[in-house]
Design a protein around this ligand. Structure first.
Ligand SMILES: NC(=O)c1ccc[n+]([C@@H]2O[C@H](COP(=O)([O-])OP(=O)(O)OC[C@H]3O[C@@H](n4cnc5c(N)ncnc54)[C@H](O)[C@@H]3O)[C@@H](O)[C@H]2O)c1
Length: 374
């Protein structure tokens, strides 16, 4: 299989999907790997590290997409990628399509096959390709929130905790999954008083077992309002797999929050869980609305590109190996006799040769089109 690793083009994106070490595995397995020049530079991987192990360096995106049939990248394709994608391409990357219905239509028109990283689930119902980046984003949310609370960043001048004679910072985390747990753990380690809300008791119990000092609660609109009105930092980290994020923090609450308090919406890649929130970038991290600082960067892990590239590359490599090795039929009909990872890739397909095959996504498309016509 000819595998292509493009240079990422999203603002602030610095990750590379496959490190040289991961490419080595693919080259050793007999695949041709094409890497766009500078794809790994911002993660600290020089072109020479790729060429030394027998990958083919190509100068630009056009050559990369032309040479490869399996495209492995970090973030969803933008216009500069879309123009080179073809109907025989298999695209394997984060896509977050429930938040970008237009992209579904564009990829469907091209006729390609798309498998979102975030849709690949394992036999335990976990999402092994989303988890490492959620861990990173959770940790960053606490650190970023803590620094935006500094007075010189416009915050309310609160240090999250651990100071004798001063009140600890109050942190509210909505969602006790992978991102939320890591945000809560990092905030607790900084000394803050942390409250975590989720709809699932088992998620809250697991977190409480690990961090007894964290307060956990079954989520309700009333409790979110009560806790957020006292909070210094609120982190949104909810997910309903495959769907647009539910709006759980309302404008009517935000407008009454403490001036200079901070909201970090990790769920922005799925459309955001904070009412009316706008996407921000690594260059313009936040904005102020009703005196509250809001940050909603859809590629937070890019801030620590080297760590994130290593974690992402190790997580996806076993799936890239299977994808590169499996026959075209394995993605056409359920591959009953193939190993679990190939079946997981089949189940994760969003588009197959231009046809939208993810039923949950189809419902999201239908609901978006009924809202626009209604
Ligand atoms: N911005 C970024 O750079 C970035 C990076 C990684 C992950 N993410 C996003 O972070 C989000 C969380 O990912 P995750 O891996 O932690 O997911 P997860 O499935 O592990 O956790 C999500 C949690 O949200 C809870 N939840 C769902 N609806 C809820 C509601 N109405 N109220 C309270 N809790 C609710 C679920 O029960 C679950 O425990 C996803 O949208 C993911 O795409 C963003």
């Amino acid at each position: 299989m000819n595998i292509g690793v493009p240079h990422e083009v999203m603002i602030g994106e610095a990750r590379v999907a496959l490190t040289p070490m991961a490419c080595q595995t693919l080259v050793d397995a007999g695949h041709k790997v094409y890497v766009q020049r500078d794809a790994g530079t911002d993660s600290g991987y020089a072109d020479a590290e790729y060429s030394e192990i027998g990958t083919n360096l190509v100068d630009d995106a056009e050559q990369l997409y032309q040479a490869a049939s399996l495209i492995v990248k970090v973030k969803q394709p933008l216009e500069s990628d879309l123009r080179y994608l073809r109907d025989d391409h298999i695209l394997f990357s984060y896509l977050h399509l429930a938040a970008d219905i237009e992209l579904i239509h564009k990829m469907s028109d091209i006729g390609l096959t798309a498998i979102p990283f975030e849709s690949v689930s394992d036999e335990h119902g976990a999402y092994p390709l989303l988890a490492p980046m959620s861990q990173v984003a959770g940790r960053i949310a606490a650190i970023r929130g803590a620094s935006l609370l500094f007075r010189n960043r416009g915050g309310r001048g609160v240090l999250l905790g651990g100071i004798d004679g001063a009140v600890d910072g109050q942190v509210v985390v909505i969602g006790a999954g992978v991102a939320g747990s890591h945000a809560a753990a990092a905030a607790a380690e900084l000394g803050a008083q942390v409250d975590v809300l989720d709809l699932k008791q088992d998620k809250l119990d697991a977190l409480k077992r690990q961090y007894p000092a964290i307060s956990t609660h079954i989520s309700s609109a009333e409790l979110i309002e009560e806790l957020c009105l006292q909070a210094d930092l609120v982190v949104g980290a909810v997910l309903v797999a495959g769907r647009r994020a539910p709006v759980i923090l309302k404008q009517s609450v935000i407008s009454r929050m403490n001036p200079g308090s901070v909201i970090v919406d990790i769920s922005i890649d799925q459309g955001g869980c904070v009412e009316g929130i706008r996407t921000t970038t690594s260059e313009e991290l936040c904005y102020v609305d009703s005196g509250v600082i809001l940050s909603a960067v859809p590629n937070m892990p890019a801030a620590v590109a080297r760590t994130s590239s290593q974690a992402l590359s190790s997580a996806i490599l076993p799936y890239v190996v299977e994808l590169a090795g499996c026959s075209a039929e394995a993605l056409a009909n359920f591959p009953e006799h193939c190993e679990e990872k190939v079946q997981a890739l089949y189940r994760a397909r969003a588009l197959y040769r231009g046809e939208l095959v993810d039923e949950v996504l189809q419902q999201e498309v239908d609901s978006a089109s009924s809202q626009s016509t209604g």
